[in-house]
Ligand binder design. Structure first.
Ligand code: FDA
Length: 281
């Protein structure tokens, strides 16, 4: 199936070749890339194993092409909805392959039913695979405690606001509260983690991060901005022009629909934005 034409701005395509082509285009503009082979909530062990094998093949392909891009993995795609042992075996197989090819794995954070198990799996492997990165969602009340545990073990983080619908008992619901927590997490991560991805399109937070890093003499090699494919492209390019690192998260694969609907839920304009983008660059 070809990507639904409206989702095309946000999804590189269906095949790895589409994602590789897009990665090269972005790298030519000075942007770094993280590839996400879309898929989540797998409930059949054989499919989780197949997804793991696919990730290993992707890593092999990237190494063969000498493409320095990170890969993003959702643990529910490789067994978290089924069994811990299966997940750990699959995750270790991916981390081992990434280490062999000197590539980096970023672990996405999913809905709250998976949060603590994802953090535990990350902490279990961090010593052996120290370049691995984990996403932390600022809308979750538990995020600060999770971040402290991760920082204590010298973990690397991607700070995001959070994209899933979560109840008031566990998550901040309004932008002001989420942004406040984001800043708290960001400052803590910049000070205490060996590496931080500032994953947001929010210019206020980006400006704050730059000022905070400057004021606290945080080396630019210790952090990078990170944005989603197709969102705020001029800002992505401007950051690079200004000498800052910016990495683009590039999703691809047949399961583009759930991803696209999250982007539309965040911003209804994305639907019209996508329609307009058919006629613009
Ligand atoms: P916010 O939503 O406050 O938006 C700030 C401004 O950015 C808006 O005013 C608008 O101008 C622009 N903007 C934001 N979203 C837009 C959109 N969809 N379309 C157009 N413009 C938009 N989530 C998660 O739960 N787990 C994860 O692992 C990840 N991983 C991840 C990686 C990367 C690289 C990014 C950038 C984001 C994620 N996310 C994520 C998604 C994240 O949680 C969040 O849903 C989105 O980034 C939107 O939030 P902002 O930080 O951009 O701020």
């Amino acid at each position: 199936m070809k990507p639904f034409f409206l989702a095309k701005r946000f999804v590189a395509g269906v095949q790895l070749d589409d994602a590789i082509k897009k990665s090269k285009e972005l790298q030519e503009k000075g942007l770094a890339v993280t590839l996400d082979h879309l898929g989540e909530d797998v409930t059949d062990a054989s499919i989780a194993v197949k997804a793991t094998q696919q990730y290993i093949k992707i890593l092999e392909r990237l190494a063969k092409k000498k493409l320095k891009v990170n890969i993003a993995v959702k643990l529910s795609q490789i067994g978290l909805a089924i069994e811990e042992e299966l997940t750990y075996n699959n995750l270790e197989a991916i981390l081992k392959a990434a280490k062999k090819y000197k590539l980096i794995v970023e672990i996405d954070m999913e809905g709250s039913q998976y949060t603590s198990d994802t953090v535990d799996a990350y902490l279990f492997f961090i010593k052996k695979y120290p370049s691995t990165i984990i996403a932390i969602q600022a809308y979750l009340h538990q995020a600060y405690d999770d971040l402290k545990k991760i920082a204590k073990k010298k973990g690397r983080v991607r700070i995001v606001k959070g994209a899933y619908k979560e109840p008031t008992t566990i998550a901040f619901q309004n932008k002001k509260a989420v942004d406040k927590n984001y800043i708290l997490l960001l400052e803590y991560a910049l000070k205490h983690c060996p590496f931080t991805f500032i994953a947001t399109h929010d210019e206020k937070i980006i400006t704050h991060a730059l000022e905070f890093a400057k004021k606290n003499s945080i080396k630019t090699s210790k952090c990078s901005f990170q944005m989603l494919l197709g969102i705020r492209r001029p800002l992505q390019e401007q950051l690079v022009k200004d000498g800052h690192a910016c990495r683009i998260y590039v999703p691809y694969g047949e399961e583009w629909a759930a991803y696209f609907s999250r982007r539309v839920r965040e911003r209804k304009e994305n639907f019209w934005f996508a329609v307009k983008s058919i006629f613009s660059r």
